[in-house]
Design a protein around this ligand. Sequence first.
Ligand SMILES: *Cc1c(COP(=O)(O)O)cnc(C)c1O
Ligand code: SF4
Length: 375
Amino acid sequence: MANDRVFEYFKVGPDSREWADWKWQFRNRITTAEALSKVISLNEKEQEEITVSLRRFRMAITPYYASLMDPCDPLCPIRRQAVPSINETFVQPWEARDPLNEENDSPVEHIVHRYPDRVLFLVTSQCAMHCRHCVRKRYVGEKDSVITKAAMEKAVDYIARTPQVRDVLISGGDPLTMDDTRLEEIISRIRAIDHVEIIRIGTRVPVTLPARVTGELLAMLRKYHPLWMNVHFNHPRELTPASRRACADIADSGIPLGNQSVLLRGINDNTETMRELLLKLVQARVRPYYLYQCDLYEGSEHFRTNVEKGIEIIRNLTGNISGFAIPRFVIDAPNGGGKVPINPDYLVSLDSEKAVIRNYEGCLYNYPQPRDYLI
Ligand SMILES: *Cc1c(COP(=O)(O)O)cnc(C)c1O
Ligand code: SF4
């Protein structure tokens, strides 16, 4: 299934030393329509449209991820996450540069503090791949910039003087595009803060650049437990031997893995694709965590489904596959309202005497309430 044109273009084999070297993968990312036209079929109009949409949001595709793209099918779900579409240039009135209003919840640069006990720490704007559906295009899209020492000190100082922060989520961009030394500086500083109980890393590297998950990286990370990691798989085809190896190595290092998917039109917006994705994830020891309704970033319309679609998928899966394979479906409320869980409704009625509930097969059941429960 691999796209052999990629190996021909780069003149390396899938078993070569270069291919397995994450820095080689990173250096050789595909960033122009011209280079892209060497590895997938693009007609002149498509090339032109790509060039136009690159003015809004740049492109970067690792050779590894490019090798998963179908060279002949413009609707390939891997390709659509990586290759710019002219639709990205059509901006709707309800869309925004910063749809989650993260800038408004930022007490110091690089920190987003929205919930009482946890913060988001954006340490770099660099990513291995620029996902076309990125909600942080405003931050990722312009240029690669890693946090400066001075800015890191300020952000760490904010966490240190804010004792309610017990969970720090290191994100970006993609923190695992930083080298081990730089990343360790940040993690070790956070770990040294007494009230920080857990550290989480949000990364798409196991999906787009699995070679980055090296023994050295994991040896460094395991010094800073308890550490959790959230990854971002959207389609079953992303679970390749290489990405499964990366997840296995992370899990073997004692780092629990969660997955955050985005519901994307034409990519994973049906029960069958989602079922396959979720079952492959749990086999790879990754626990599905969130399924996001697509956010309202600029140029998102072509990726969005309606809300009913997400509810329908969750309803179809509930009861039919392992409970822990089912993520929570959420809408990240526009303007910074935070994540709101959206559930199919199983409660038919509720009063002081009984709850009437409907199970996954549609059958109704009465659950009598206790008579003597006050408060
Ligand atoms: C998603 C998010 C978090 C983490 O939320 P969890 O529900 O704990 O995973 C924290 N801060 C911000 C701003 C977020 O968007
Ligand atoms: S890895 Fe995440 S932050 Fe980076 S481009 Fe993709 S969605 Fe955006």
